[in-house]
Design a protein around this ligand. Structure first.
Ligand SMILES: [Zn+2]
Length: 257
């Protein structure tokens, strides 16, 4: 495989329910990127609005990998190898605020990381402390927020999973300032920053979190909402890409001094 590292690409990481991104599948190339993190990553390469796109389904084709087993480092490494310096991700989440109803699309601007078993840094062998004053790329979030009906802030609480939360955990998340709860947002956003990549997530609220909802939580709710919202989300991603410059400057690109 020959990779043109000079080529700048826009990366898309599709979460639950987003397993492909094109409207008219033409000229889709697939590259397998070898990584030093124990997994190779299959990436789909194609164009949107004449811009080069690299797409990964986060859970792999066929939704095979559970949230706590995803090789986040391999995914970000593979995209970086392909020249990606901006990423739009999608994440299915639960709402822990009554005024963020199921079906809402939220662009988080901050997170609380309560996952605990994951490989969460590229810097295991050197002392590097990355700044997270602005946890998600503000520039990219502003562009995406203009492309549809989106809530332009929110605090994403990441749990380890794969079980859902308890009622007392949800009460705690509310008290510490959380808005959304999910299992896949971290450490992806951190790893992107460590590699100098602008990263923004479109969070799709599939349900109210436990104790806010009268219903028992099931994964079926996630797939039902994703089926309903998929076209809208893909449209937002296409319009965002049309408005994303390829040559630009952003503080994310200089995150590692
Ligand atoms: Zn940025």
């Amino acid at each position: 495989m020959s990779l043109n590292k000079e080529k700048k690409r826009i990366g898309i990481i599709g979460g639950s329910g987003i397993y492909e991104i094109t409207k008219n599948e033409t000229n889709i190339d697939t590259k397998t990127v070898l990584t030093p993190y124990g997994d190779s990553v299959d990436v789909s390469l194609f164009k949107i609005d004449d811009k080069d796109i690299a797409f990964i389904p986060r859970h792999k084709v066929g939704h095979k990998v559970p949230p706590h087993k995803i090789n986040y480092r391999a995914n970000i490494y593979a995209l970086k190898q392909l020249g990606v310096n901006q990423i739009i991700a999608t994440n299915a989440v639960g709402s822990i605020k009554m005024d963020i109803s199921p079906g809402s699309l939220v662009l988080p601007d901050d997170f609380i990381d309560l996952s605990y078993k994951r490989e969460r840094t590229f810097y295991d062998d050197e002392v590097i402390h990355t700044d997270f004053t602005q946890p998600y790329c503000n520039r990219l979030r502003e562009i995406i927020s203009k492309q549809g009906n989106l809530i332009n802030s929110g605090v994403y609480v990441c749990i380890e999973g794969p079980r859902f939360e308890t009622p007392s955990e949800i009460k705690m998340f509310q008290k510490i300032g959380g808005d959304l709860v999910g299992m896949t947002g971290l450490p992806e956003v951190v790893l992107a920053r460590e590699r100098g990549i602008c990263y923004s997530s479109i969070c799709i609220v599939s349900n109210y979190a436990t104790s806010l909802s009268e219903n028992e939580l099931t994964i079926d709710e996630v797939y039902e909402i994703m089926e309903l919202k998929k076209t809208e989300i893909i449209e937002i991603i296409f319009k965002s890409i049309e408005n994303m410059p390829i040559d630009y400057d952003c503080s994310c690109l200089h995150s590692i001094k």
